[in-house]
Design a protein around this ligand. Structure first.
Ligand SMILES: O=C(O)/C=C/C(=O)CC(=O)CC(=O)O
Ligand SMILES: [Ca+2]
Ligand SMILES: [Mg+2]
Length: 428
């Protein structure tokens, strides 16, 4: 019999007892932040569960303050034995057959808060954020658009998971408005570079791995052990100003074209919850160097969708559908590569996968590809888009379909607003 909770969970919900994703929330605006897991339309307050002494397994009994924190970093640092223990404790506590919470009205009242009432926060303190470039389709399309159709994929791409160091300070939680950045764009002909609000603002459909235990400086992580350093995944939007990016990125890579904002979903879905949806990663040719050659090379079957809701429109329109399983380089290869030079990762670090584009034009992961740099506008319910306009809300969602249940991520959204002082340039 499938595992079932005493809490009613709609079959379409992203948050059945099989999922139990972790987040950090405030039940009231003035209350301190605390960790929770989502279950149906509720969040289970883990500070209440911990204070009631219900984390009584061998690892968490001695680390009971892990859930009395404003972020998940302490819990992440404990590693997989603690994560597995917490998952089995919580699945038992929430199951239909377990009376401890089910039959204790006072505890239920304190521990279960309606999701509609809470404020979600970025659930981890993110020291460092890296963004990879692991979809071959995305690499090929961007290469063609930015550098031309001859050899669009750089020679190094098939030998290593390319990445750039992102900006952790501007990572925001789903629902935060994104201010259209100002910056320099390509000069046209002999004129000076453009300066003003970006004219080519884009989203990038990504997921990101949340690092658990880190590694010591100078000690790389073996690719076959890398999964033990990954707690789970979030949805991530790497907002990108294509005009700023295209002008600034040679030769050092993305800078201000991406550092103005990155949105993450509030719920971290654990690798343990995603395990039933593991699938083979693509065969890699040429074979990777030994430090990247893994015994088991895994992806996950996670359906991803992006919708845009223009200002004033009642409904949003789907602009792309993709899947996590389109990634060429796996999460574990990304993590092992990141540390091969001795670089240390720390609990709470975020590793973006890169834009997840599939092979078909309907599965491309950003407007740069979907509109081919603005040459083929998308139609959206009576209007059109080359790039994002002020007032556009971009909504990502993602889930894995199980037998009678979903393991989902909820949504990751953000609305574009004009820069202070309006859309016109005011410095010249
Ligand atoms: O190919 C390029 O020049 C640029 C590519 C990107 O902007 C993508 C990037 O941020 C990495 C990714 O999302 O895959
Ligand atoms: Ca990106
Ligand atoms: Mg970004």
């Amino acid at each position: 019999m499938a595992l079932k909770s005493f809490i009613e969970v709609h079959p379409d919900s992203h948050f059945p007892i099989q999922n139990l994703p972790y987040g950090v929330f405030k039940p009231e605006p003035a209350s301190p932040a605390r960790p929770g897991v989502a279950i149906g339309d509720y969040v289970l307050d883990l500070s209440v569960v911990a204070s009631a002494g219900l984390f009584d397994g061998p690892v968490l009994k001695n680390n009971s303050d892990s859930f009395l924190q404003p972020d998940l970093n302490k819990f992440l640092a404990l590693g997989r034995p603690a994560w597995k223990e917490a998952r089995s404790t919580l699945q038992k506590l929430l199951s239909a057959t377990e009376p401890a919470l089910r039959d204790n009205a006072a505890l239920r009242q304190k521990a279960l808060v309606p999701l509609s009432k809470v404020k979600m926060l970025v659930p981890i303190s993110i020291g460092d954020y890296t963004d990879f470039f692991s979809s071959m389709h995305h690499a090929k399309n961007c290469g063609t658009i930015f550098r031309g159709p001859e050899n669009p994929i750089p020679a190094n791409w098939f030998h290593l998971p390319i990445a750039y160091h992102g900006r952790a300070s501007s990572i925001v939680i789903s629902g935060t408005d994104i201010i259209r950045p100002r910056g320099q764009g390509h000069p046209a002909g002999n004129s000076p570079p453009y300066f003003g609000p970006s004219l080519k603002l884009d989203f990038e459909l990504e997921m990101a791995a949340v690092v658990g235990p880190g590694n010591e400086l100078g000690k790389p992580v073996d690719v076959n052990e890398a999964a033990d350093h990954i707690f789970g995944l979030v949805l991530m939007n790497d907002w990108s100003a294509r005009d700023i990016q295209a002008w600034e990125y040679v030769p050092l890579g993305p800078f201000l074209g991406k550092s103005f904002g990155t949105t993450v979903s509030p719920w971290i879905v654990t690798l343990d919850a995603l395990e039933p949806f593991a699938c083979d990663a693509p065969k890699q040719n040429p074979p990777p160097l030994p430090y990247l050659a893994e015994k088991i090379s895994k992806n996950y079957d996670i359906s991803l969708e992006v919708q845009i809701k223009p200002a004033g429109q009642e409904n949003s329109s789907v602009v792309t559908r993709s899947n996590f399983n389109h990634l060429y380089w796996t999460l574990t290869q990304q993590l092992a590569h990141h540390t091969i030079n001795g670089c240390n990762l720390r609990p709470g670090d975020l590793l973006g996968t890169g834009t997840i584009s599939g092979p078909e034009p309907e599965s491309y992961g950003c407007l740069l590809e979907l509109t081919w740099n603005g040459q083929k506008p998308l139609s959206l319910n009576g209007t059109t888009r080359k790039f994002l306009e002020d007032g556009d809300e971009v909504i990502f969602s993602g889930y894995s379909k199980g037998n009678g249940y979903n393991v989902g991520f909820g949504t990751c959204s953000g609305k574009i607003i004009p820069p202070p002082g309006g859309g016109r340039c005011c410095f010249w």
